[in-house]
Design a protein around this ligand. Structure first.
Ligand code: NAD
Length: 354
């Protein structure tokens, strides 16, 4: 196969590029390092691009901006793709309020640019769009909750497995990021349903792994590990630190993409996160990381929660698992955290040695 990965220097894009290269496919990565524009030097992804160039056999890279329709058109004119994994995005819920136009251009317009180029040039290809659970806005906060010692949890047995795809996506508070991703999510579904193309939409929980260029505004677990190891102060916003996230390793995300690509269902939408087994609250994550690193995190608490933030979000994985029974979570939370600690320590040693 010839695989196009947009956002190939990012967490999911780089995992996808490496994975499909390892499987013997030809991978073209598109990434213009815009994460650095969004988040400053800490968001720079060039180290990850270098890593890919060193580790992959058939990987080529183009520093194209997905907002640039002419450049995208040219790329599709010269290469014929069998699979498109669309990961390029402005990925931060909070950052979007400072850059609403840029956020919308990258997330919504950029996605239509890539979808339409696919339709014009390789409409049989499989197209996977990385959407987000923020398309549900704060509707998941309406689920009855109970407060436990270190976390919130769902109060009713029927909610135990988490939020499924029937959760509504309108009439809720999304953040501008959630709205630009919802626009892209709907358009992607339309290319599947209306044009009958092989488009799949994955609404991510917390996607995580060692290749994140972690910053405070995006990539909470890896940022938490980074700051615990390197020093600095962490702020916990609201909900007494008992807000819950479900975390999935980037490898398991890519395995889900691979399963879908082998047997696509046009226009389907799936929630994809770590599920209940990989869920953790802020307080629990801090305690676990302190234990793993043997260091104390300097953190403080701010009463006001982030606007539109989820109190307890666990992805219900039932729909994806029923459509793709070969897929399962392979990285538990402890393994994810241990790998992150090792990766951060190595990176720290590497920069100290420079
Ligand atoms: N990480 C998460 O917790 C999470 C959760 C839910 C959904 N998602 C979604 O998954 C996808 C991948 O997320 P990630 O964590 O790998 O993000 P990331 O920021 O690590 O990767 C995105 C990459 O896209 C690139 N990029 C941004 N704008 C671009 C543009 N205009 N043209 C070309 N490249 C551009 C960036 O430089 C970056 O390398 C995104 O769509 C994101 O919204 C992520």
């Amino acid at each position: 196969m010839k695989v196009l990965v947009t956002g190939s220097s990012g967490l999911i894009g780089s995992e996808a590029a490496e994975h499909f290269d390892r499987q013997g496919h030809e991978v073209v990565g598109v990434d213009n390092n815009m994460r650095r524009v969004f988040f400053g030097p800490a968001g720079d992804t060039l180290w990850n691009l270098e890593r890919l160039k060193n580790n992959c056999k058939r990987f080529t890279h183009a520093a194209i901006d997905i907002r640039d329709r002419v450049a995208i058109e040219e790329l599709f004119n010269t290469q014929r793709f069998d699979l498109i994994v669309h990961c390029a995005a402005q990925p931060s819920h909070d950052k979007a309020r400072d850059i609403p136009l840029l956020d919308f251009e990258v997330n919504a317009l950029g996605t239509v640019n890539v979808l339409e180029a696919t339709r014009q040039h390789c409409r049989e290809a499989v197209f996977v769009f990385l959407s987000t659970n923020k398309v549900y806005g704060d509707a998941p906060n309406e689920i009855p909750m109970k407060e436990l010692e270190t976390r919130y949890d769902y109060a009713q047995a029927e909610d135990y497995d988490g939020v499924d795809e029937t959760c509504r996506i309108d009439r809720t508070l999304h953040s501008l990021f959630g709205a630009s991703k919802a626009a892209a999510d709907l358009v992607a579904q339309e290319y599947g349903r209306y044009f009958n193309m092989n488009v799949g939409v994955f609404r991510g929980g917390c996607l995580t792994g060692p290749s994140h260029s972690a910053v405070e505004l995006h990539g909470f677990l890896s940022y938490l590990v980074k700051i615990t190891l390197t020093g600095g102060r962490y702020t916990v916003y609201g909900y007494k630190g008992k807000q819950v996230r479900d975390n999935i390793h980037s490898y398991d995300v890519v395995r889900a993409i691979e399963e879908f690509a082998a047997n696509p269902r046009p226009g389907e939408v799936y929630n994809l996160g770590g599920g209940r087994a990989n869920s953790i609250s802020m307080l629990e994550a801090i305690a676990r990381i302190e234990q793993l690193t043997g260091r104390k995190l300097d953190w403080h608490y701010v009463e006001e929660a982030r606007k539109g933030d989820h109190i307890c979000y666990i992805s219900n994985l039932g729909k994806f698992q029923s459509h793709y029974p070969n897929w399962k979570i392979t990285h538990g939370l402890d393994a994810i955290l241990e790998q992150m600690v090792a990766a951060q320590r190595a990176q720290h040693l590497h920069s100290a040695a420079k």
